[in-house]
Design a binder for this molecule. Structure first.
Ligand code: ATP
Length: 710
């Protein structure tokens, strides 16, 4: 019998019931937030006690309370998202964080708790005691829909209502905005297995485009913090992604899962105090990332620096003491042998004094005389200035900057890099004028380790000063010049999670390896989407970074991003041009085939503008225009009016689209994207797999279509 219009439908009644429960949970959340705010206020009050202990106590209290408030606020949206009805009548609600009532009875189970795992694992074939699984869809704190799976009809009570047509499909069809969202309500079984894998050695999560690798990895970070908070919060969890654009895209997921204790860094920002924002062109990146750079940098870290004095003369009593270039070189090697240059700093004066004393004739055997000699020289500015000029503490950034001089670089790279490579690098560095690229950051980091920490200058602030570490009032001093600000010991983490790992160069693997020496790892990637041209070299660097850690593999097999129509096209590119590509199954059909416009070069701009307008009109959410790297500015300019009018429109090059997704994508000149680098086909594959609903290509040539027989 149809419901009477004035009568609520079965679904509305279910929603109202769920809302009543959800309201109770939010009420309780509000009480917790108020308690945390009161704690923060009390902490501030202690700061006024006026002694240092008061300040430290205040900072610790305020810090804990602020963290709690941030976690509670972040979990607010869609706090309660799941319900399980078990055989025997027990009900369990699952949410982003755990919540108890005033009597400590569980109101909401944290999705990461063992009691929640069955929410993701139960299937109709193996219901594991679950009769009905329900996903609650909410906007803010309002329940707007429920989606049920009846897993065990034989044990369902007669009055059990089952509504909805699949939470997963409903969530996949939503419009995409500028951020990634958590999928905590609809995690699939194979994804859940990777999320909850024990934290030992290295967990590798593979699978083709759109299979949820990123989203699974982020849920895994939240899960690890939940199961072993002491270890991972104090040791730190580092999440590394390819670009700043990508980090902005994913940054909301972890807080919304109740987790704020993770360090998110793009590859250009891994080293504190140094920031690389843009990629180098593919040919420059290939040299900078190569393992051969290690040898170049090792030489740079050990060589005489440009401008260093090459001789020293000193009149002592009747003797003229001399150190010429050859002698100084020998002393340099002696000082550096087996240790970092900056660490030898404390032994410089003694080494010079020994060498000079050896030249003193006469009564030098006398101990007393030697003391006198040392005192004279170390009290003489001439000697002190020489020692300081010959062995200044070297900063990694300064040494890196010195490489822009082609003659200097040639000295270090001779026999390691080709002549053309040396010139290419020097030109790129000169053009950059001291601004590091994303590919420079691992080189600067390598130099930090090769040189050792710069010894603190007199009058430097004590980095271990408790007040400085803790006080919330401290403003970070921003210096104009980039400096690596942290000491090397601070680099280490308890867990390192790398996304888009297929793109890491050997030098980038080394940079992460140093941070994850004692860590467990999660490594996420898809070799078919790699833009790094030398996979064997990268594989060796990866193995060295993991240093024999045991590896556990997970593969995700379903593409949740692309419509099947779009992914079919991308898969054809993969099969034609990328040997061994792992192509997943895309399950969602939209009836919208991708379209290709091949136009005269003169008509390209007009056609692009037309296409962009069309896509903006056809979808509600985000639209990306993907262009060849060399023509980014040209099209950013050509589409500036549209971009002003529509903030959901982005213009990106192929590499910048890594890991992202949009409702509609327009690809300009696919053949040029292919021609731009050795990994061009793989970049095109990445680009074609970014759209959830509509894909349009516009080009003045069609070689790529001919290759796939289109
Ligand atoms: N279980 C799920 N429920 C709902 N949405 C999901 C689920 N798994 C993945 N998705 C969605 O599918 C899309 C692709 O996920 P994600 O970006 O993590 O894939 P990926 O494997 O990292 O892709 P790529 O390799 O192409 O970067 C995202 O919008 C994500 O939210």
């Amino acid at each position: 019998m149809a419901d009477h219009p004035s009568q609520p439908s079965a679904e509305q009644r279910e929603i109202a019931d769920e809302q009543a429960y959800v309201d109770v949970v939010y009420g309780r959340l509000e009480e917790s937030t108020k308690a945390a705010q009161a704690l923060a206020r009390e902490g501030y009050a202690r700061g006024h006690v006026g002694h240092e202990g008061g300040l430290v106590e205040r900072d610790a209290m305020v810090y804990q309370a602020s963290k709690r408030i941030a976690a509670l606020n972040a979990a607010h949206e869609g706090l309660v998202f799941g319900r399980l009805d078990l055989r025997g009548g027990e009900k369990r609600y699952i949410g982003r964080i755990g919540v108890r009532d005033a009597e400590r009875e569980v109101l909401l189970i944290d999705w990461r708790a063992p009691a929640a795992s069955v929410f993701y694992q139960a299937t109709a074939q193996d219901p594991a005691g679950v009769v009905r699984r329900r996903v609650l869809r909410s906007r803010g704190s309002t329940v707007i829909g429920v989606e049920d799976d009846l897993l065990d009809g034989d044990h369902a009570p007669d009055d059990m209502v089952v509504v909805g047509e699949g939470a997963l499909l409903a969530s996949l069809s939503r419009a995409r905005d500028a951020s990634m969202h958590s999928v905590v309500a609809t995690i699939q079984k194979e994804q859940d297995e990777a999320i909850r894998a024990p934290s030992r050695g290295a967990t590798t999560i593979g699978g083709g485009p759109g299979t949820g690798k990123t989203v699974v990895a982020l849920h895994r970070a939240a899960y690890l913090l939940y199961v072993d908070r002491r270890r991972f919060e104090s040791g730190g969890v580092l999440v590394v992604g390819p670009s700043g654009v990508f980090m902005n895209y994913i940054e909301r997921v972890l807080p919304s899962l109740g987790e704020t204790a993770v360090t998110l860094r793009s590859l250009g920002e891994v080293v504190d105090g140094v920031s690389g924002r843009a990629h180098d062109p593919a040919d420059v990146a290939a040299v900078k990332g190569s393992a051969r750079m290690l040898q170049v940098l090792t030489r740079a870290s050990r060589a005489a620096q440009p401008g260093e004095p090459t001789q020293f003369r000193y009149f002592y009593r009747d003797d003229v003491l001399r150190l010429d270039a050859v002698a100084l070189d020998r002393l340099r090697r002696q000082l550096i042998s087996g240790q970092q240059r900056n660490r030898a700093y404390g032994r410089v004066q003694k080494t010079l004094l020994d060498a000079l004393w050896a030249q003193v004739e006469g009564e030098r055997a006398l101990e007393k005389e030697r003391d006198e000699f040392d005192k004279t020289l170390t009290g003489d500015d001439k000697f002190l200035e020489f020692a300081a000029a010959w062995w200044p503490p070297l900063d990694a950034v300064d040494v890196w900057e010195s490489l822009a001089d082609v003659d200097t670089l040639r000295r270090y790279a001779d026999g390691v890099l080709k002549r053309t490579e040396i010139e290419l690098l020097a030109r790129a560095w000169q053009a950059a004028g001291g601004v590091p690229s994303i590919e420079d950051v691992p080189l600067i980091d390598e130099l930090r380790y090769l040189l050792g920490e710069v010894p603190p200058e007199d009058g430097d602030d004590d980095p271990y000063d408790v007040k400085q570490l803790m006080s919330f009032e401290r403003e970070d001093q921003v210096s104009r010049k980039q400096r690596a600000t942290q000491s090397i010991e601070d680099d280490s983490y308890a867990h390192v999670l790398v996304d888009e790992a297929q793109d890491l160069s050997p030098m980038q693997w080394r940079m992460l390896g140093r941070r994850g020496k004692y860590a467990s790892w999660t490594i996420v990637g898809d070799p078919a989407q790699s833009s790094w041209p030398y996979p064997e070299e990268a594989a060796a660097a990866r193995a060295a970074a993991l240093d024999g850690k045991e590896e556990h593999f997970f593969r995700l097999s379903t593409n949740y991003r692309n419509s099947a129509e779009i992914y079919d096209l991308a898969a054809e590119v993969a099969h034609a041009a990328i040997p061994g590509a792992d192509t997943p199954d895309a399950v969602r059909r939209t009836g919208q085939e991708p379209r290709h416009e091949v136009v005269a070069a003169d008509d390209l701009h007009a056609q692009v503008r037309y296409g962009v307008r069309e896509l903006l009109g056809a979808v509600e959410g985000s639209v990306a225009v993907v262009v060849p790297g060399a023509r980014r500015d040209e099209f950013a300019e050509a589409l500036s009016e549209e971009r002003e009018e529509f903030d959901r429109l982005r213009v990106l090059d192929g590499l910048d689209t890594k890991g992202l997704e949009f409702d509609a994508v327009l690809v300009i000149e696919p053949d040029e994207i292919v021609a731009e680098s050795d990994a061009g086909w793989r970049t095109l594959y990445v680009v074609l797999t970014r759209a959830t609903q509509l894909l349009l290509t516009v080009g003045s040539t069609r070689a790529w279509l001919d290759r796939i027989g289109g």
